[in-house]
Design a protein around this ligand. Structure first.
Ligand SMILES: Cc1cc2nc3c(=O)[nH]c(=O)nc-3n(C[C@H](O)[C@H](O)[C@H](O)COP(=O)(O)OP(=O)(O)OC[C@H]3O[C@@H](n4cnc5c(N)ncnc54)[C@H](O)[C@@H]3O)c2cc1C
Length: 184
């Protein structure tokens, strides 16, 4: 069953009308991920740009019992961002800011849509080395990397996202927020 007009209207209010895709042509690229053998049409795609928007989308979805599938760049090979029928695809790829590079503490504070390559480049710009190097690193996002624990050949003798990423901020499906207190 397609998403009710009222739900779509509320989503447009939350993220802005231009951040919600609903036409068949626009939805097709989001109906599959890197696995490609499987596909399913979502009800809409929503591009979130802040944690507040994520919370509001989840609250609305929880209240209307609408499934949500989170998506980064959709390069996953395990069907993780494959939509369920008529779900809301919540895409975090536009949350792509590097908020802080703290050389002294060897840490970086980033939004989930930053690409792996951008993170590696930011580390290199201050003389540091970010090891995880999935073959998709030019387009895969750190959110997807963490969810899939994606690494590449450098992970054989260095590290994977499971050991290099920590202190995530995350949401329950009920929009309950959890994570460390940070300034960002
Ligand atoms: C050409 C190619 C080469 C690849 N090479 C490698 C490789 O060398 N090593 C490797 O491990 N993998 C590889 N992959 C697989 C894939 O690129 C990785 O799994 C990558 O981490 C997925 O990132 P993504 O942003 O595309 O995530 P998506 O495919 O969009 O999502 C993957 C999973 O992460 C979840 N997710 C995404 N963003 C968030 C978020 N913000 N919050 C919570 N959950 C989120 C999704 O729900 C989904 O379950 C490759 C894929 C391709 C197409």
């Amino acid at each position: 069953m397609p998403l009710p007009a009222a739900t779509l209207s509320q989503l447009r209010t939350i993220v802005g009308a231009d951040q919600v895709l609903t036409s068949k042509e626009d939805l097709i690229p989001y109906s599959f991920d890197g696995t490609a053998a499987m596909s399913q049409m979502p009800g809409c795609v929503v591009f979130v740009t802040s944690t507040e928007q994520i919370a509001e989308v989840l609250r609305l979805a929880n209240g209307t019992k609408t499934p949500v599938v989170t998506r980064g760049s959709g390069t996953g090979l395990s069907g993780g961002s494959l939509p369920s029928r008529d779900c809301i695809v919540m895409c975090t790829a536009r949350m792509n800011r590097i908020l802080e590079v703290d050389r002294a503490n060897l840490t970086m504070l980033v939004e989930p849509g930053v690409t792996t390559l951008a993170i590696a480049d930011a580390a290199a710009s201050v003389g540091l080395f970010y090891p995880p190097d999935p073959g998709s690193m030019k387009i895969s996002t750190i959110g997807g990397n963490v969810a899939e624990n994606s690494g590449g050949l450098r992970g054989l003798n260095t590290a994977s996202p499971a050991t290099t990423s920590w202190a995530w901020k995350w949401f329950c499906p009920t929009a309950k927020f959890s994570g460390p207190a940070t300034s960002a």
